[in-house]
Design a protein around this ligand. Structure first.
Ligand code: THU
Length: 163
């Protein structure tokens, strides 16, 4: 028997002024998308922006529904939109932001587990890491080099015998 440690490197930016220019641009677009979220039930507005390997930027936001489970998170709305518009093109960078008008967010909002699973598959099929940056309305901004850093022990298509 032995114990092993998993170590994840996270880049922590103190605020938006420290971000590289391309990530700052994606963050502006993600905030713009968040402001367009359809989130009348949670009043929690999430936006995302993906930079693709072909230079295109795709944005999206959470979309809710009166039949609650029918809604979808911003990260998956955006990833599915990017893959639908540009099939097979790798995602290079993803920025996620959230706005809570009732209680302003002073720390980064990470993607939920289901979104991590979906993002992981796009990372795996592209064989290219997706840099993920996430932020609240103020406070530090976190960045990981790969979805893998957000999701150790990920399930993947490799486990399914047909693959
Ligand atoms: N939401 C996201 O868009 N991304 C996440 O990672 C977590 C939650 C959305 C779903 C729902 O519309 C609202 O935030 C509250 O859960």
């Amino acid at each position: 028997m032995k114990t092993e440690k998993l170590i994840t490197d996270i880049t922590v930016y103190e605020n938006r002024s420290e971000l590289p220019a391309d990530v700052a641009m994606l963050m502006d677009k993600a905030f713009e998308a968040a402001r367009g979220a359809y989130a009348p039930y949670s009043r929690f507005y999430v936006g995302a922006a993906i930079l693709l390997a072909n230079g295109e930027v795709v944005t999206g936001s959470n979309q809710e529904n009166s039949a609650y489970p029918s809604g979808l998170c911003a990260e998956r709305t955006t990833a599915f939109s990017a893959s639908a518009r540009f099939p097979g093109v790798a995602f290079k960078k993803l920025v996620i932001v959230a706005i809570n008008p009732d209680k302003p967010l002073d720390r980064p909002v990470p993607p939920c587990g289901a979104c991590r699973q979906v993002l992981m598959e796009y990372e795996q099929i592209a064989k290219s890491p997706i840099e993920v940056t996430f932020a609240g309305e103020s406070g530090p901004i976190y960045q990981v080099k790969s979805v893998n850093d957000l999701m150790p022990f990920a399930f993947s298509a490799d486990f399914i015998p047909a693959n």
